[in-house]
Design a protein around this ligand. Structure first.
Ligand code: MGD
Ligand code: MGD
Ligand code: SF4
Ligand code: MO
Length: 736
């Protein structure tokens, strides 16, 4: 067969580049390099990853005890028949809510998880969206009536000041960083709020080295300055903001000296940042996981939107543009939320967190629909069961039995807090199904492990969950299935196959994922195949100040500085600061035993969460997990670079290697997340080394520590201690 050229969308990291791929006789020959300079693919050959011997080739059924790593190869039809049969039996016994589905971070067709689950009758869709950008999406939609168009990096040309709050795009969103570097040539200023001197902080005009978990106080302090010095946009605030007087009262509680004490940021820097953000306009704030992973994350996320609104950034070029829905069938329309009976909705696990569950959803989306004609995708998943509540329910039948779990594109044993709870839960399930590319510590605990088509083997339509007007299409460059070699399927076929077996046939009319995308593109008058050839389509032009005609999609029709949605749900309508659940002032005894503040999970190339650890070329360069510690602290603890240390919190301890970092605050340490060691044995107790360096052994997500409105769980700000690993047991793989 002759060489062919195809175009696929790469899912290794966030830019989601569309890449030219050369194939011959169903073999990958070559892939184009990325248009992104900081592309992690340059560290290893695509062939090495794609043709990795550890890739899953056929469906596997557990034959030994759970966790024994004994499997039998079965066919897809056998797997789907058996799973469907067991799901129906569990539903008959316990009710549909006994099934939960957990997903990862938008790597596949997650809207289909919801569709399947809504039709099945369970409200228990959970996963990473709730701590990833999903909580920002929900807060933004509640306050602004739409989620700002944050992936439009071209807008940065018009942005005079970018403020990154707990976000480090050189490693996490390279497109944003490239956009900023271009804008900087025209003088765009940069403020970075980060406890570490991240790559972004190193380039900043102002770097505020904040105490972890205190961003709400800092932003309220900045607003105190802006309001006191009358630097806000008076006309916009008067005409288009609801609750300015209440906000002005609230910020009086946050004078800069007090805020400086809370946040460790010098008062003059707080003032300077406030003035810069308010006067170098249009300015634009982008919050990241440094904020989303704090306890009480609602407040800093709300404060970040409010500060932007009062200086007049909303829906202006270079500011917080509100796009509205792209004119095609959105993910939200596919989810079929309306199919879930009301009685089932109320059973959603974590229903005490009312903003991110049905009560909030209804209040928010009703108004969004009024203005925009459609509901907001809100990061794909509009209502989420809180993950720690789901694992608690599984482990303890509390508040009711959850006996079945399906994991698609996630590795909860590594990426969900409190690994011990996740482990207990997964071990106790009646049915656990995992779809992945590779065997993982989570998959080792499953009853069925299903081999998924990698991004090179599947078609995909990408538009950042309706936050950009750009829709991109990539095709399956290679067949997912080659008789005699492997039989993988894309996740669309998995959900459809299961849905059909469970009586959902009429709702899955599209035989292939390409047919499904044809349907979604119909309103644009283009087919999926045509869009693949074209590459991308821009569905609408930027239009600004649309609110002048329509108002905002909120209950008051204005930007809600004072959130009537939050008020209605019984929460504080204004942002406020609360000490983290573990902190030197709130839990002084704990802080005596565990004196350092632990932050986790700062992104780093070439890894993406727990992925790519099996790629030898990468592991040669990055063999082990690393933690950053200040030289003074290291000296006091007798530690030097490359020592193995224990990082211990009240929840657990793991080992990582020391990386001395002169710029991290001496009171703070940072541990990488996502670590497991595929080369370590798969069976228990090893589960591929999941207990060795995985920092989520040291985190906890008890419902009491989750954000009271959003249900998002903290992954940073734990009190810890650090000490040297003196020696390894003789049989430990690291002893060799
Ligand atoms: N301590 C700590 N924990 C964290 C974080 C942190 O900062 N600190 N960050 C959190 C955040 S923001 C996120 S988003 C999560 C990420 O958490 P997860 O999404 O669970 O990330 P991964 O561990 O990479 O799991 C993805 C798995 O899905 C597989 N996979 C990839 N693409 C596909 C696909 O298309 N289909 C299928 N079926 N499988 C696929 C991969 O092989 C991998 O095993 O981690 C969270 N956990
Ligand atoms: N290479 C790579 N790229 C990725 C990912 C990956 O795993 N690898 N994951 C993707 C995903 S799903 C996500 S969600 C994004 C996340 O990407 P980002 O939002 O950029 O998040 P992080 O890099 O986790 O954290 C950003 C910064 O927050 C700081 N920080 C920690 N605690 C605090 C705090 O209390 N306050 C403040 N202000 N800052 C704090 C950290 O020091 C870190 O430098 O990255 C995406 N891109
Ligand atoms: S690895 Fe990331 S930057 Fe490189 S091509 Fe893939 S998506 Fe783009
Ligand atoms: Mo994320």
């Amino acid at each position: 067969m002759a060489k062919e050229t195809k175009y696929s969308i790469c899912f290794w990291c966030k830019p989601r580049c569309r890449l030219k791929v050369e194939v011959e006789d169903n073999r990958l020959i070559k892939m184009a390099t990325s248009p992104i300079k900081a592309c992690p693919r340059k560290y290893c050959s695509d062939l090495e990853r794609f043709y990795h011997p550890d890739r899953l080739d056929y469906p596997l059924k557990r034959v030994g005890d759970r966790g024994e790593n004994k499997w039998q190869k079965i066919t897809w039809d056998e797997a789907l028949d058996e799973i469907a049969y067991k799901l129906q039996a569990l539903k008959d016994q316990y009710g549909a809510e006994t099934l939960a589905v957990t997903h990862g971070t938008s790597r596949t067709y997650e809207e289909l998880n919801s569709r399947f689950l809504n039709l099945f009758g369970s409200p228990n869709q959970c996963g990473q969206a709730q701590i990833c950008h999903g909580n920002s999406a929900v807060v933004a939609t509640a306050l602004f009536g739409w989620w700002p168009y944050w992936m439009n990096v071209e807008k940065l040309e018009n942005t005079r000041c970018l403020m990154l709050i707990g976000r480090n795009p050189p490693h996490s969103h390279q497109t944003i960083w490239e956009g900023y570097l271009k804008a900087r040539k025209t003088g765009t200023k940069l403020i970075v709020i980060d406890p570490r001197r991240s790559e972004s902080a190193a380039e900043a005009d102002l770097w505020l080295q904040i105490r972890p978990g205190t961003d709400a106080a800092l932003l309220l302090g900045m607003m105190n300055v802006i309001i006191k010095e009358k630097l806000y946009d008076k006309a916009f605030v008067r005409d288009w903001c609801h609750g300015f007087d209440a906000l002005s009262e609230r910020v009086k509680e946050y004078p800069v000296e007090k805020v400086s004490e809370i946040t460790w940021v010098p008062a003059d820097q707080i003032v300077a940042a406030a003035r810069m953000f308010a006067t170098e306009t249009p300015s634009c704030a982008m919050e990241g996981m440094g904020v989303a992973h704090q306890p009480n994350s609602y407040s800093p996320i709300a404060a970040r939107h409010i500060i932007s609104a009062i200086v007049g950034n909303v829906d202006v070029p270079g500011g917080e543009e509100l796009m509205g829905p792209a004119p095609f069938i959105t993910e939200h329309e596919i989810e079929m939320a309306e199919a879930l009976p009301r009685e089932q909705r109320s059973k959603i696990l974590g229903n005490q967190f009312r903003l991110y569950t049905w009560p909030g959803y209804e209040l928010i989306q009703k108004n969004v629909e009024r203005v925009w004609g459609k509901r907001c995708d809100m990061f794909g998943y509009t209502c989420m069961a809180t993950a720690p509540s789901v694992y608690k329910a599984i482990a303890y039948d509390d508040p009711y039995p959850v006996r079945a779990l399906i994991t698609v594109s996630s590795n909860p044993m590594v990426t969900i807090p409190n690994t011990k709870l996740v482990y207990k839960a997964l071990k106790s399930l009646d049915l656990y199904v995992v779809a992945d590319y590779f065997m993982t510590p989570s998959a080792q605990l499953a009853d069925y492990v299903l081999p998924s088509a990698l991004w090179l083997e599947r078609s995909f339509l990408w538009n950042y969950h309706n936050t950009t007007p750009v829709i991109r299409a990539g095709e399956a460059a290679l067949p997912p299935s080659i008789p005699g070699m492997y039989d993988r399927r894309n996740d669309y076929d998995f959900w459809r196959g299961l849905g059909i077996r469970l009586g959902q046939e009429e709702y899955w009319p599209w035989e292939t994922v390409e047919d499904y995308y044809d349907y979604r593109l119909e309103p644009l008058g283009i087919t999926f195949g045509e869009l693949v050839k074209k590459g991308k389509i821009i569905t609408k032009k930027s239009e600004y100040k649309k609110y002048e005609k329509t108002g905002f999609g909120t209950p008051t029709g204005k930007i809600e500085l004072y959130s009537t949605v939050m008020e209605n749900l019984g929460y504080d309508p204004l942002p406020h600061y609360k000490e983290p659940p573990e902190s030197p002032t709130r839990t002084p005894d704990l802080a005596k035993k565990y004196p350092l503040v632990l932050i986790t999970g700062g992104r780093f190339h070439p890894f993406f969460h727990s992925e790519h650890r099996q790629v030898e070329t990468l592991r040669k360069r990055y063999p082990w997990a690393k933690m950053q510690i200040n030289p003074e602290t290291a000296r006091d603890l007798g530690l030097k670079n490359d020592d193995w240390v224990w990082i211990e919190t009240q929840h657990g301890r793991v080992m990582q290697k020391v990386l001395i970092d002169k710029d991290i605050d001496p009171r703070v340490v940072h541990a990488q997340h996502g670590w497991w060691y595929p080369e370590m044995p798969g069976e228990e107790p090893w589960l591929h080394g999941v207990w060795v360096s995985n920092i989520n052994v040291c985190t906890a997500g008890d419902e009491e520590t989750c954000d009271e409105a959003l249900g998002s769980w903290p992954l940073r700000t734990f009190q810890c201690k650090v000490y040297k690993v003196e020696s390894f047991n003789g049989d430990h793989p690291l002893a060799k």
